[in-house]
Design a protein around this ligand. Structure first.
Ligand code: ATP
Ligand code: MG
Length: 359
């Protein structure tokens, strides 16, 4: 059995987003742009991690539901094609929950708690000591989200690398203890040598960590520092105007590694213009932040306008989105149920065939 799939001969990828809000420019440069590039050559599964959203907003179930729908609209706006890629809800793929339980036994508790992304989230989101038991469990769940699809790669932003590392550990451990794969086996050889799971790679986008407009933290849905895909041209201008650099005057030599210049690099497509702006800014050649911001906002609006246009076709009617999710869940369950059956057989849990048919 290879990780290339049984439905098509294309290699598979899986990635997703949590409905703690809607999608922003960080998602585009960190992950979604890459997904759009891969969607013809790969069999793609894009998961809305709606169960995981309950880890931090259980008391806002209606918002989680609304954001799940809006994220699908953002995907469609950004060019994900639901006839090529399966867009699905985590809550409607029960094999993921079953695999989470099994994988939780393969990861030492302290190993999960040492995950630096989890630690950062606890700090940045101010979760203190009061986070739910489900919060660290989501990191285990994410290994199941991924491995349920036996993908070769996972297009993600930089902050997800520790989660991917844990996923790779689970895959190796599972293959070693249940499939007789030796601990000296190279990652690339696990499936060939009888492992159930490939050891998937993180496929980080062109900008692995886009800063937020606060100039301090990574752009994040839940930190109030994001420029959203669905923002209006005016909102974009206003938010770009707020990007914090700390520079005082147009004649101060500026730092071209600041947050504003990360936007220049990521979004102004004319590389000669980027070089010129950097040169003048670094020398303090009478070029104010305000001027650079006008050009950044123009570049962003040029990128976002076709997305706004596509988004409009899907606004107002949730039924179209629900139909896309229903079909995506049907396709996702075919693969995830197959994986679950393989994993249960390997773990001596396969007493008789039990395949759920969903959708
Ligand atoms: P939250 O604030 O709830 O953590 P988020 O904005 O970090 O939300 P996630 O749903 O956690 O978004 O991440 C979805 C995907 O987008 C992941 O692959 C993540 O690495 C990527 N991503 C998120 N923010 C950025 C960013 N600022 N730069 C690059 N990639 C990002
Ligand atoms: Mg995040």
């Amino acid at each position: 059995m290879t990780s290339a799939n049984t439905l098509t001969s294309k290699p598979r990828i899986l990635t997703g987003d949590t409905p703690t809000g809607t999608l922003h420019l960080g998602h585009w440069v960190g992950s979604v742009k890459r997904r759009v590039e891969l969607q013809s050559s790969h069999e793609c599964y894009f998961l809305i991690a709606n169960m995981h959203a309950f880890t931090t907003r259980a008391e806002q179930a209606a918002d989680i539901r609304r954001d799940s729908i809006e994220i699908v609209r953002d995907y469609l706006a950004m060019g994900i094609d639901p006839t090529l890629s399966a867009i699905f809800l985590q809550s409607e793929v029960p094999a993921i929950a079953e695999l989470t339980f099994l994988f939780a036994m393969l990861l030492p508790f302290n190993r999960v708690m040492r995950n630096p992304t989890l630690k950062d989230e606890i700090k940045i989101k101010g979760l203190g000591e009061t986070y739910s038991f489900g919060f660290p469990l989501y990191a285990v769940g994410q290994t199941a989200d991924i491995l349920a699809f036996r993908p070769v790669g996972v297009p993600v932003g930089e902050d997800q690398i520790p989660h991917l590392e844990m996923t790779r550990e689970v895959a190796r451990r599972f293959n070693q203890i249940f499939c007789g794969v030796s601990e000296h086996t190279e990652d690339a050889d696990h499936v060939r040598l009888g492992g159930t799971f490939p050891v998937p790679r993180a496929d980080v986008g062109a900008v692995g960590r886009l800063m937020g407009i606060d100039g301090i933290n990574k752009m994040s849905k839940s930190l109030g520092n994001a420029i959203f895909i669905a923002d209006t041209p005016k909102d974009v201008q206003k938010k770009v105007g707020k990007i914090f650099t700390g520079r005082q005057s147009p004649t101060d030599p500026g730092d071209v590694n600041n947050a504003l210049f990360q936007f220049v690099d990521a979004f102004i497509t004319d590389s000669a213009r980027v070089a010129e702006l950097k040169d003048r800014y670094a020398r303090g050649d009478n070029i104010g932040d305000g001027h650079v911001k006008v050009e950044v906002a123009e570049a962003l609006n040029a990128l976002l306008e076709p997305m706004r246009e596509r988004r409009r076709q899907y606004e107002g009617n949730d039924d179209v989105v629900i139909d896309i999710l229903r079909d995506g869940c049907r396709r996702a369950n075919l693969v995830a149920e197959e994986t679950l059956a393989l994993a249960k057989d390997a773990a001596k849990l396969g007493y008789f065939a039990r395949r759920l048919t969903i959708g």
